[in-house]
Design a protein around this ligand. Structure first.
Ligand SMILES: Cc1cc2nc3c(=O)[nH]c(=O)nc-3n(C[C@H](O)[C@H](O)[C@H](O)COP(=O)(O)OP(=O)(O)OC[C@H]3O[C@@H](n4cnc5c(N)ncnc54)[C@H](O)[C@@H]3O)c2cc1C
Ligand SMILES: Cc1cc2nc3c(=O)[nH]c(=O)nc-3n(C[C@H](O)[C@H](O)[C@H](O)COP(=O)(O)O)c2cc1C
Length: 763
């Protein structure tokens, strides 16, 4: 095959090598605009595992690369003048120039022709004269641009500015992150040694800080001098150096996240950064490029024709690329938002940084550096007021709100059971909630309990509007207090436009087949075309419903509930006031956020006045309508939280969505936790996170990273009322209290877990 490779970066060179290794008869030419040794950049990070994969593809070049590998195990974080080191991370790095020179040598040895100083602006002539053309021309690929309408690139230019520098200062003991506060804002560096004499030193900051420093108008020399001043304390008198001769001006850039809908067209395939990029903070760009090069060469030899080979290449590599890009996005967003975390204690800041990509979990950190993690856990426990046994996982740390003391941070999230009769909880509710209270969670919620018959979502929803409701709920609360250590929270709400609908396991949110009751909401906006159009509430309606909230809160207080939550999320009545999607009012209760929150806050103040002063009140909000700027955005939810905080709400239960049928939620593990993180760290308000959190590892990492104060699990508690007790067994924690009659079961479970652990099995 006659092959033209456009670009002699890691992707292009390694592809050429991999092709030639599979069939020496291929006639391969690599075209590169630069000279052989004037590459930009300093060191790149790979892993020992990546190199093992490369050795299977070409042992010769892998052995050469290995010879020059710099290894380091530690990550040091310098923040607020404190240097914290954790170990067990296992990286290796090599100079980018060294890597390219080795690959060039190997390519030449194999008979590949390398043509330097040859700028290729258009791949089409090569497509006509060659059997196969590889667009490996990097982030700003001309190959990709030429066929943009086919490849459909999605280029997301990220917020931070960075410059890739080098230094002779030694960073050979650890991959080092340095955060420096300057007169114009925070600036940070990612520093790592890649050769005995040289380290990479990437300097990064927000666009605002960059503008305030005037980096845009500086020459390269001025820019470097400014960075040297900022990091003087860490450079030991060494200079910073640039080798980005190909970039104009001061060489600062914004990282472009590249993803293409397609990677091939006719006989042209995109490879490496030209097809997909991964942010440097997870150090995987070169790995992706090299591994994709191997995969493409493989398929070109296993498949009958180019089309089939390209199909396989795209489907096989896309999953891996998306996986890495997702981790890279978490990581780069953490750096973009880092100013949110800089006030954290250095221990928590460090933990937050290490777990930023969500690829490293709590237990994974324990494997890497048990001592460091143990210290961080002890810090968390002591800060939570636990002085007895500080070597416990964060989920088992106590938490206090007003006089409410929770024994741990796990919460059974509110979940409607749809089993009530005329609003009255039944034996089902007693059995269901009693079981969850025995299951070890610190706090158990009852479902949204409605303030009036019309305020119910379905005919099966529970209420707080009749004397028999109070009797039934009190029986449960008394049991929980007498027999368990759990605390119990009542969630009160009104369904608004989403009322008069079917039971959850019928057609959720769909109108009842017959006998609908009239509904009302902030404005006359129906939930869906199939639902009733609600009456827009007038002031009399608002006063009446406010009174119903107060009566319900009084009832909950008489039952002895430990905490109260006002449901202002998920499109129900109070939520319909908050989101502009359903609040079209032109009076004092519509328009600005202040106005949209006026009624929910009036309800809160009225409820607060009758709720015992020593007991806390929470509000649940939808922190994202998932419809873009038209609805509540995560940024606006921070303002919502600020208003709740100012009003005296003790904790914000941060949910999201269910406010519009037009929503496009982005699901994933812990997908709503980011909203809680933002609110907690931007306002200082206590938060609860919820949404697809299902493993002890998730709970522990959310807590220790300071992303929430409490963690709610809903569906996991439907599947397992004893979720917390079982998590303790999994973590080997024996300080949880089991109900006395169940002690024999507890002992057996711990024994089995120990036996399984010695046999290498999971509990
Ligand atoms: C600051 C920074 C730090 C990074 N750190 C790491 C790291 O630690 N680990 C890691 O794995 N990755 C890292 N990367 C990413 C890594 O550099 C790239 O992902 C990797 O180089 C991709 O290889 P490539 O061959 O696709 O692209 P490139 O390395 O960009 O190679 C493309 C080549 O094509 C040439 N070219 C471009 N246009 C033309 C043209 N018109 N005609 C001829 N030739 C052309 C270029 O000169 C270049 O040599 C980092 C990137 C940056 C920006
Ligand atoms: C069956 C069921 C009923 C629910 N009922 C309520 C409710 O009454 N009030 C509420 O605020 N959220 C309710 N939710 C939402 C949950 O509290 C939680 O926010 C959501 O399920 C995401 O958490 P998970 O991924 O742990 O399930 C309900 C969820 C389920 C699955």
């Amino acid at each position: 095959m006659k092959v033209a490779v456009l670009g002699a970066g890691p992707a292009g060179l390694y592809f050429a090598i991999s092709m030639k290794r599979r069939n020496p008869a291929h006639e391969i030419t690599v075209f590169e605009r630069n000279r052989p040794d004037d590459t930009f950049g300093w060191g790149v990070v790979l892993s020992a595992e990546t190199l093992d994969n490369l050795a299977a593809n070409d042992a010769v070049s892998a052995a050469w690369i290995r010879e020059y590998f710099a290894y380091w195990d530690d990550i040091a974080v310098v923040h607020k003048g404190v240097r914290t080191v954790s170990t067990g991370h296992g990286f290796c790095g090599i100079g980018r120039k060294r890597l390219l020179l080795l690959l060039q040598r190997r390519a030449r040895d194999l008979g590949i022709e390398l043509v330097f100083e040859s700028e290729i602006a258009d791949p089409r002539p090569f497509m006509a004269s060659h059997d196969l053309v590889i667009g490996a021309d990097g982030l700003n690929s001309h190959s990709r641009a030429t066929f943009a309408e086919v490849f459909k690139p999605d280029i997301d230019v990220r917020k931070c500015k960075f410059v890739w520098l080098g230094t002779r200062q030694k960073f050979d003991d650890a991959f080092t992150f340095i955060f420096e506060e300057t007169e114009h804002g925070w600036v940070w560096a990612h520093a790592y040694q890649f050769e005995p004499e040289t380290a990479t030193f990437i300097v990064e900051c927000s666009e605002q800080t960059w503008a305030a420093w005037g980096f845009a108008d500086m020459t390269r020399e001025q820019s470097i001098a400014a960075c040297e001043r900022i990091f003087a304390r860490h450079l030991g008198g060494q200079r910073l150096m640039s080798n980005a001769g190909h970039l104009r001006g001061s060489a600062w850039i914004n990282f472009p996240r590249v993803l293409c809908e397609r990677w091939s067209h006719k006989n042209l395939a995109l490879l490496g950064d030209a097809s997909a990029s991964a942010h440097f903070s997870i150090g995987s760009g070169t790995k992706l490029a090299l591994e994709s090069a191997v995969a493409l060469a493989d398929y070109l030899h296993s498949e009958p024709n180019l089309e089939a080979a390209f199909d396989k290449y795209e489907s096989a590599r896309r999953t891996e690329v998306l996986r890495l890009q997702s981790a890279a996005r978490n990581s780069l967003e953490w750096f973009e938002d880092v100013e949110r975390y800089l006030d954290l204690d250095p221990v928590q800041f460090n933990y937050s940084l290490l777990t930023r990509s969500q690829r490293i979990s709590h237990e994974n950190l324990r494997l890497r550096d048990p001592e460091w993690l143990g210290g961080a856990e002890a810090w968390f426990q002591s800060r939570s007021g636990n002085t007895d046994n500080v070597r416990r996982a964060p989920m088992f740390a106590p938490f206090q709100l007003r006089d409410l003391k929770l024994k741990n941070r796990v919460v059974v999230s509110p979940m409607a059971q749809y089993k009530a009769v005329d609003g009255c909880p039944t034996d089902w509710h007693f059995a269901h909630y009693a079981e969850r209270a025995k299951g070890g969670a610190g706090l158990v919620y009852i479902e949204m309990t409605c303030v009036s018959p019309e305020g119910r979502i379905t005919p099966g929803c529970t209420g707080f509007y009749a004397p028999e409701h109070q009797i039934a709920w009190k029986r449960l609360v008394d049991f929980v207090h007498a027999e368990t250590e759990a605390k119990i929270c009542a969630q009160i709400g009104h369904s608004g436009a989403k009322g008069s609908t079917q039971l959850g396991w019928h057609q959720a949110d769909a109108p009842l087949p017959g006998g609908n009751w009239p509904v009302m909401a902030a404005s006359a906006v129906g939930w869906s075309p199939a639902n009733q159009v609600p009456r827009a509430m007038d002031r009399a309606d608002m006063a009446r419903v406010l009174g119903q909230f107060v009566t319900s809160a009084e009832m909950a207080a008489r039952c002895g509930f430990d905490m109260l939550e006002i449901h202002a999320a998920h499109g129900y009545l109070l939520s319909s006031f908050i989101t502009p999607l359903t609040n079209h009012r032109t009076d004092d209760y519509g328009g600005s956020l202040q106005n949209r929150l006026r009624y929910p806050l009036e309800v809160f103040h009225a409820v607060r006045a009758v709720w015992p002063a020593h007991k806390p009140i929470s509000m649940r909000i939808s922190a994202n309508d998932w419809v873009g700027e038209e609805g509540v955005t995560p940024a606006e939810s921070v303002e919502i939280a600020r208003l709740l905080q100012t009003a005296g709400v003790d904790i914000c239960d941060v949910s999201a969505g269910q406010t519009s049928i037009r929503a496009h939620p982005v699901y994933g593990r812990m997908f709503q936790t980011t909203f809680s993180d933002r609110i907690r760290n931007e306002t200082g308000m206590a938060t609860m996170a919820v949404g697809n959190i299902y493993e002890p590892d998730h709970v522990n990492s959310i807590l220790l990273a300071g992303r929430a104060d409490l963690v709610c699990l809903a569906r996991p508690h439907l599947a397992d009322p004893y979720w917390t007790l079982h998590a303790a067994v999994q973590l080997g924690d024996r300080d949880v209290k089991w109900p006395d009659p169940y002690l024999a079961g507890r002992d057996q479970l711990y024994r089995l877990a120990e036996r399984n652990a010695t046999m290498g099995l999971k509990v």
